[in-house]
Design a protein around this ligand. Structure first.
Ligand code: ZN
Length: 422
């Protein structure tokens, strides 16, 4: 089941006197973990007694969802809330289904930032999280293998140093599993007209904001500000939704990227940013993927996979000696960085040989003695060095950033258009 829909239903079911504080949070965790759910998302929200002027941040079945900017500090009855929300998890999520392992955590305290950073960049041990929840006197419950507790704890711990927003609309229950009805062209124009991002892929025209899975989500519109996201979502002509909600998220923040200084610091399940010198000629392998090795106290392959589309052309233009910064998730065997983006920092001169040297005595073109070995005249045996051949300079690619096609982008990956602003 879609985690954010469960979150919406929980928020819409909060009892009288338990107020929502701030925006609910949709946090994506390490995208390289093999045993994750598809989007590896976890949601959390703060409740208390509201203070300050409330605003509407969504609605469900005709009833507005109100959020307060602040709370009085009064605490909420954790065990009661755990019972209420647990019954929703059991009613709504497919907690009896293989691979569905929800976890629910209620904490009266903020959890350490480090819990989030490990969850988005590394790997948590389940025992460590259980210890943390006990030490922090959290109320918790889990289903299936209990791994859901990890996501829940990480979402609560998210410090939100970089934040974007997603306004998500949800389908009526009787429409789940049927094709979604919406005006594709409106979605395609949204980013240029409303200041939203990642709504559609300009290259392919694909609308990325509308999933094609049987989940309850109708559309998700992303923006830097909650108001821009919500206004844009509500401007769209779609089938009648059951409701919508504006989430604060870590989408498009690059929070999952660990900057490393050498290949020795790279290990599986990480996503890294590493600067290195191109150490091989690029090669295209089966499936249309393009791979090249880079060196930084050791070598590692970097790969532009077929779905990254235009990024493959960039990698194909690299030459031994170019300096690049590669950003992407690490694959274990063989050790490879799956490029999300790449920056060309410096390029070497590029030549191609246009003509072999001509023998002074005979006036005939000489023959190559082998790669890098110079030339010899077939007639008189005179020799010439490699540099005596005529060479023409080839244009190097421009320095700067290049990114994967938006359709291949991970939730967490910061698009280049945001990179300039952060
Ligand atoms: Zn000769």
């Amino acid at each position: 089941m879609c985690t954010t829909y469960l979150g919406l239903r929980m928020i819409a079911s909060l009892p009288e006197g338990v107020d929502l504080i701030g925006h609910p949070r949709l946090v994506r965790l390490n995208p390289n973990i093999p045993w994750r759910t598809r989007g590896n998302g976890a949601v959390s929200f703060e409740v208390g007694t509201g203070a300050g002027k409330p605003s509407m941040i969504g609605e469900f079945q005709g009833k507005g969802i109100r959020s307060y900017p602040d709370s009085t500090g009064a605490t909420v009855n954790g065990p009661d809330l755990l019972e209420l929300l647990s019954s929703l998890v059991e009613d709504i999520s497919h907690s009896d289904r293989e691979g569905t392992d929800p976890g629910l955590v209620i904490s009266n305290y903020e959890l350490p930032d480090e819990v989030y950073w490990t969850g988005v960049r590394g790997v948590h041990e389940q025992e460590g999280i259980l210890e943390l929840l006990e030490d922090s006197r959290c109320h918790h419950r889990s289903w299936g293998n209990g791994r859901g507790l990890i996501g829940a704890a990480c979402s609560i711990a998210w410090p939100g140093s970089l934040v974007t927003y997603e306004a998500v609309s949800y389908r009526k229950e009787n429409a789940w599993g049927t094709p979604r009805s919406f005006d594709e062209d409106q979605f395609r124009l949204l980013d240029s007209e409303h200041g939203t991002f990642s709504t559609s892929d300009p290259g392919t025209g694909r609308v990325m904001a509308v999933p094609n899975t049987p989940c309850p989500i109708l559309a998700g519109i992303r923006a830097e500000s909650p108001d821009v996201a919500e206004r844009a979502l509500l401007s769209l002509d779609t089938e009648e939704p059951s409701g919508h909600l504006v989430w604060a998220t870590n989408h498009a923040t690059d929070d999952h990227i660990s900057p490393v200084r050498s290949v020795r610091e790279i290990s599986p399940f990480m996503s890294v940013s590493i600067t290195g010198t191109v150490a091989s000629a690029p090669r295209t392998v089966k499936g249309g993927h393009v791979i090249v090795a880079i060196d930084s106290e050791g070598t590692v392959d970097i790969a532009a996979y077929e779905p990254t589309k235009g990024l493959r052309e960039t990698v194909l233009q690299l030459r031994e000696g170019d300096l690049v910064t590669a950003v992407g998730g690490v694959r274990e065997t063989p050790l490879t960085i799956n490029l999300e983006k790449i920056r060309i920092d410096r390029t070497v001169d590029r030549f191609i040989k246009s003509e072999n040297p001509v023998c002074d005595a005979c006036g005939k073109h000489m023959k190559s003695k082998g790669r890098g070995a110079g030339y010899r005249c077939q007639v008189c045996g005179a020799t010439a060095s490699e540099n005596d051949a005529d060479r023409v300079t080839v244009r190097a690619p421009d320095t700067g950033w290049y990114e994967a096609s938006p359709s291949a982008r991970r939730h967490l990956t910061m698009p280049l258009e945001r990179l300039d602003r952060c």
